[in-house]
Ligand binder design. Structure first.
Ligand SMILES: Nc1ncnc2c1ncn2[C@@H]1O[C@H](COP(=O)(O)OP(=O)(O)O)[C@@H](O)[C@H]1O
Ligand SMILES: [Mg+2]
Length: 397
């Protein structure tokens, strides 16, 4: 059956996953070269909803079938991130958990299940790995020793390759939502260089970093820029929205119940900008088997704005009042820092923290010293809230 995947599902089956043939080939060829002892690092960029996670999961599936160990690490799934305590330790623990999990799925027995549970439920770190009957078993101690744990985890991928090279062709680590690493704050640069020191020693392990970052994001410079931690050794690949033609073919093939007029389709493409998240979400919400002209597409777009802007509206309600006010001053114009401060009637110094948080979370970006809101659906949602309710949905004081 031909159906569009839901916008919240990035684990697409073969029927749901569309196109990206060239991206897959390009990235896969690069990764495959790790077999011969050269391991490139890749940075996948692209705006939220463009399909980075879906693409990584597809590539992961392909490589699993070719006997690679492909570890997918989603930084946003870390408990620590969800409870606002993202640290180096929590990241290292997440990497460890995911490696062990993937080994399990691939039928590679690394550690005893009980010990794995022990690590999770106790505040312990690993002391050393001991080989017992051919299986590496971690020994633990009860006091945290972050350094040892970190070194162990960072070395584990190459270690697994060396131990299991009869069975596996290579090891890949895919990091998703990597922009969350910015939560490390002052320790960020240091940590990136630390990772780099391990990564460059590993001949049979490849790393892919991905996250919803605009090309202007400072993090990209920190990682892949000429002075960044990975210097010239990292290849940046931008995943682009579907083109007009691709979107058209996609819907013809997968959603022929959407009966657009020519204008209607143009309007649909303008509303979704070819971003698969919006294409699928909006495409699933539109009425089926009725003629959709430009004005009915527009009408439905406004009707469903709150669903389309879901990610941002959820995050909006977690912002503090000052952050929210900064955003509403940027709805119609881009402003520099003092311009924003003036509108809010505060000093420039008073909004530094809020601006940083908004930048880190992708709510705003900066160009030529001016801040602006990059996400058109989020902007449309806020404006529509104002138009229909007469006020912005500010946090009450
Ligand atoms: N190649 C694709 N074919 C069809 N739908 C896709 C494709 N890539 C992404 N999508 C849709 O877009 C949504 C968002 O994709 P996702 O990979 O989560 O974006 P990102 O990780 O870039 O934010 C997915 O849930 C899915 O519905
Ligand atoms: Mg994603």
């Amino acid at each position: 059956m031909n159906e569009l995947a839901w916008g919240t599902n990035n684990d697409l089956n073969e029927n749901q996953f569309y196109n990206r043939v060239e991206d897959i080939k390009f990235i896969s060829d690069l990764l495959r070269s790790s077999q011969y002892g050269t391991s490139p690092s890749i940075l996948l960029t692209g705006i939220r909803g463009v399909g980075k996670s879906a693409l990584m999961k597809r590539i992961q599936k392909n490589f699993r079938d070719e006997n690679y160990l492909v570890v997918y690490i989603d930084l946003s799934s870390s408990n620590a991130y969800q409870t606002d305590e993202f640290t180096r330790e929590s990241l290292i623990e997440l990497i460890y958990d995911e490696i062990i999990k993937e080994c399990g799925e691939s039928g590679i027995t690394t550690v005893d299940k009980k010990i794995e549970k022990y690590i999770k439920t106790h505040d312990v770190a690993l002391k050393e790995i001991v080989n017992i009957k051919g299986y590496p078993v971690p020994f633990l101690w009860t006091k945290k020793n972050y350094k040892k744990l970190a070194n162990f985890v960072m070395e584990l991928p190459q270690y697994l390759y060396d131990e299991y090279k009869e069975d596996i062709n290579g090891v890949f680590l895919f990091f998703d939502e990597f922009q969350i690493i910015k939560e490390l704050g002052d320790e960020l640069t240091d940590f990136l260089w630390y990772m780099r020191s391990y990564i460059q020693k590993q001949n049979n392990v490849s790393y892919v970093f991905s996250g919803s970052m605009s090309v202007k994001d400072n993090l990209i410079e920190e990682i892949a820029g000429s002075n960044g931690a990975f210097g010239g050794r990292m290849l940046t690949i931008e995943i682009k929205p579907f083109s007009y033609e691709t979107t058209k073919n996609y819907l013809n093939e997968k959603a022929d119940y959407l009966k657009f007029t020519d204008d209607g389709f143009d309007q649909f493409y303008t509303c979704t900008k070819g971003i698969p998240f919006y294409i699928n979400t909006f495409g699933n919400l539109l009425p089926r088997n009725v003629v959709l002209d430009a004005s009915s597409v527009k009408e439905n777009f406004i009707k469903f704005l709150h669903v389309l802007a879901m990610h941002f509206s959820n995050s909006w309600f977690r912002l503090n009042l000052q952050e929210q006010k900064i955003l509403t001053t940027l709805l119609d114009e881009s402003l520099n820092r003092s311009g924003i401060a003036k509108k809010l009637n505060v000093t420039s110094g008073a909004i530094g923290r809020s601006l940083n948080r908004l930048l880190n979370n992708g709510f705003i970006e900066m160009e030529n010293n001016k801040y602006y809101m990059p996400n058109f659906v989020f902007k449309a949602w806020l404006k529509n809230e104002y138009q229909t309710k007469g006020v912005y949905p500010y946090k009450s004081i």
